[in-house]
Design a protein around this ligand. Structure first.
Ligand SMILES: Nc1ncnc2c1ncn2[C@@H]1O[C@H](COP(=O)(O)OP(=O)(O)OP(=O)(O)O)[C@@H](O)[C@H]1O
Ligand SMILES: [Mg+2]
Length: 504
């Protein structure tokens, strides 16, 4: 028997006259994992925001346990048993790990004081279920994006729910670290709960889901059993067309060194030991260099150090584009020399959410546009048009607030913004986090095309298929050290993972 936990009937949702969902109907059975699939901007998050009480203004019916519901807000939905883990991180940076987990649900002693001891016990238990080894009093501002994502999950697990919605829960955690989450999902399933799982990672969907629903442009394409489709069929349903095959063009590599790092070491800011330990490598013009490592390996720290965000490193030498520089001391200096970094956390460092698409794009090229005087406006518009088309940024117009774009489309704006600065070397930290399969190809093409014109690229990614698809060489890091360097053609998933695992 397939017993239905939730059914959505003829749901329609508009934002200022633009349809995000049109007459959408689907069913979520109990004890199953349902994959909600679709391109960036297809309407996945909007639909789940309706189900979890975030949006109350919609047409159609939401039937939960055989009753038509209209939730008064997310808290109401949660009290009735529907919990969502949002795609965007919503933690309060200056509060600690335990304070964030219990925010709004603080435990009290019978005397009306905060029951800190009990909260810490529960939090510790939750974190250990997620195999997350963190100090409970650390402010979350000091944590990595991946760790924050796991805390969001812990927070959702705090309340007993019948329906758990996960909107790209693993976009920032490495492939090899999602196993704890898989176990939790298996538990939820076994106890008859419904899990709605949104992800662009096909491998995960096939490993986890029992059923799928595909959305395209705000409408349902199909609902069915996962066992009855393959990846290609799903992708075709998502995009409504065939993906063109891509070719590799390895002739970009030049002999001109653009970055040389020699024996770079960086001490840990607040405890014993090294964040980066004796790293040496080169990058030539036109080369795409991948950096792989598990969470905490030092990948982001490496990029940040090169970009001048970490103050002067402890030791080592650095040259950029034939200039001996004893490392950049600020991002401004790095950008002036032609080194750009596309950060991992788009909300924190990448975008101004309250500004429109066009202003965000031109922000980083403002000074060069200013010199053009009256022409600037036209130029700005053209520049924007070019990237919106190329990266298939789904936006009503270039005047739309970036905060109103879907998650994946925000990420595309960040990428476009940095590409537009015309750097000599572009460093990318998880560039396609949350980006759909089709748009990924576009981004890979764009990166390759720029490399063909002499751009050097360093890309950090937790997705091995991504590194195999675009890089020429791969550095593997573990515990702040480079453990191995491979030519991409000579590496395999196994040899890379082997090098990424710490010695036990
Ligand atoms: N608050 C808002 N105001 C205006 N438009 C919005 C708002 N939220 C979403 N939209 C629009 O609704 C459409 C669907 O967005 P949604 O976030 O649901 O997509 P998604 O399928 O979750 O995509 P992604 O994979 O990129 O996260 C998009 O065109 C988006 O721009
Ligand atoms: Mg979304």
């Amino acid at each position: 028997m397939r017993s239905i936990m939730v059914s959505l009937k003829n749901i329609t949702k508009q934002f200022n006259g633009v349809y995000a969902l049109r007459d959408v109907s689907m069913e979520f059975p109990a004890g199953k994992v349902i994959a909600l699939i679709g391109e960036n901007g297809a309407g996945k998050s909007t639909l789940m925001n309706i189900l979890s009480g975030v949006y109350g203004d919609y047409e159609g019916d939401l039937v939960y346990k055989d009753q038509v519901m209209h939730f008064q807000g997310p808290r109401d939905a949660q009290d009735q048993g529907i919990t969502i883990i949002h795609q965007e991180l919503n933690l309060i940076p200056y509060l600690s790990v335990v304070e964030n987990i219990f925010l709004g649900r603080e435990l009290m002693t019978p005397w009306g004081a905060l029951d800190t001891a009990q909260m810490k016990r529960v939090a510790k238990e939750l974190l250990s279920r997620l195999k997350l080894d963190l100090h409970l009093d650390t402010p979350v501002s000091q944590l990595k994006v991946g760790e924050c994502q796991l805390i969001e999950i812990a927070k959702a697990l705090l309340v007993e729910s019948n329906v758990v919605i996960m909107d790209e829960p693993t976009s920032a955690i490495s492939e090899s670290e999602v196993n704890a989450l898989y176990d939790i999902i298996a538990d939820l399933k076994a106890s008859g709960k419904t899990v709605v799982y949104i992800s662009h990672k096909m491998k995960e969907l096939f490993a986890l889901a029992d059923e799928y629903v595909v959305l395209r442009d705000g409408q349902v394409v199909k609902q069915g059993l996962m066992g009855e489709v393959d990846e290609q069929q799903l992708v075709n349903m998502m995009v409504g067309r065939d993906l063109a095959a891509r070719v590799r063009c390895p002739d970009r590599i030049t002999e001109t060194t653009v970055i040389r790092v020699d024996k770079l070491s960086l001490a840990h800011p607040d405890k014993e030991g090294m964040l980066l330990d004796n790293l040496s490598f080169d990058l030539v013009k036109g080369e795409i260099l991948g950096v792989f490592g598990l969470m905490g390996a030092g990948r982001t720290e490496l990029l940040e150090t090169l970009f001048g965000l970490r103050g002067k490193p402890l030791s080592g030498s650095f040259s950029f584009d034939q200039h001996e520089i004893s490392f950049f001391s600020s991002p401004n200096q790095a950008l002036r020399y032609g080194l750009a970094l596309v950060p991992e956390d788009r909300k924190g460092d990448g975008l101004v959410l309250g500004m429109n698409v066009r202003s965000n794009l031109s922000l980083s090229v403002l000074s060069s546009l200013e010199n053009l005087g009256v022409l600037a406006d036209v130029q700005e518009k053209e520049l924007c048009q070019q990237y919106v088309e190329r990266l298939r940024i789904k936006t009503a117009s270039d005047q739309q607030f970036v905060g109103n774009l879907s998650g994946g489309n925000q990420q595309k704006v960040v990428l476009a913004k940095y590409l537009a600065t015309n750097p000599k070397v572009l460093m990318l930290d998880e560039p396609t986090r949350g980006i759909d399969v089709y748009a990924k190809q576009e981004i890979y093409d764009l990166i390759r095309e720029q490399a063909g014109l002499g751009l050097g690229v360093i890309v950090v990614s937790s997705e091995l298929p991504e590194l195999f698809a675009i890089t020429d060489r791969i550095l593997v890091m573990c515990d702040g050290r480079i453990t191995k360097q491979f030519k991409t053609d000579e590496a395999t998933e196994e040899t890379i993972l082997q090098a990424a695992l710490p010695d036990k």
